[in-house]
Design a binder for this molecule. Structure first.
Ligand code: SF4
Ligand code: SF4
Length: 164
């Protein structure tokens, strides 16, 4: 169908006029900032307990779960079996904020933060240490895994073998 000459101009003017009365969805950043939805994901952050201690036990599960291989946790264990985190290294520049490390952590020791002002002028500052020189676990006092981890069902012993 052949359109009328100038139809595009009329239509664009109509859309512009309609948008004049729409509720604003932008803010005057950086003077005003939006409140992010609860499930928004930005950089990984450590979680601390009430005493201000890290909940990380240096189990290294998050390191293995990261598809970008950007988590590198350096640890050492003392003679008294206390485990220490020398450095919990993380590269913001390479993180794709997938949240897989947070999902994999059995101790709820990390979370996806809400700080979206992550721009840096110096690229060398993109590699950071989330934790440094902290105690991760004290021998047998290592925190127990959360109760929500599925335990394998106990199966009744099967009859068989020589007695069966
Ligand atoms: S959010 Fe994803 S890419 Fe970033 S550190 Fe965690 S697992 Fe790796
Ligand atoms: S952050 Fe969680 S998964 Fe990663 S080493 Fe610490 S306790 Fe383990």
């Amino acid at each position: 169908m052949k359109r009328l000459y100038g139809w595009g101009i009329v239509r664009s003017m109509f859309i512009a006029y309609k948008n004049l009365f729409r509720k604003k969805i932008t803010v005057q950043y950086p003077f005003k900032k939006l409140t992010l939805p609860e499930r928004a994901r930005w950089a990984v952050e450590p979680i601390f307990n009430e005493a201000g201690e890290t909940k990380c036990t240096a189990c290294l599960i998050c390191e293995r779960a990261c598809p970008d291989f950007i988590i590198k946790i350096d640890t050492h264990t003392d003679e008294d079996k206390t485990k220490h985190i020398d450095a919990w290294n993380y590269d913001i520049g390479a993180c794709m904020m997938c949240g897989l490390c947070v999902e994999a952590c059995p101790f709820d020791a990390i979370q996806m933060g809400h700080n979206y002002e992550l721009a840096r002028t110096d690229p060398s500052t993109l590699s950071i240490k989330l934790l440094e020189g902290v105690l991760a676990s004290k021998g047998k006092q290592r925190p127990a895994a959360p109760a929500n981890i599925d335990k394998p069902e106990e199966k009744p012993a099967e009859k068989g073998g020589l007695d069966g």
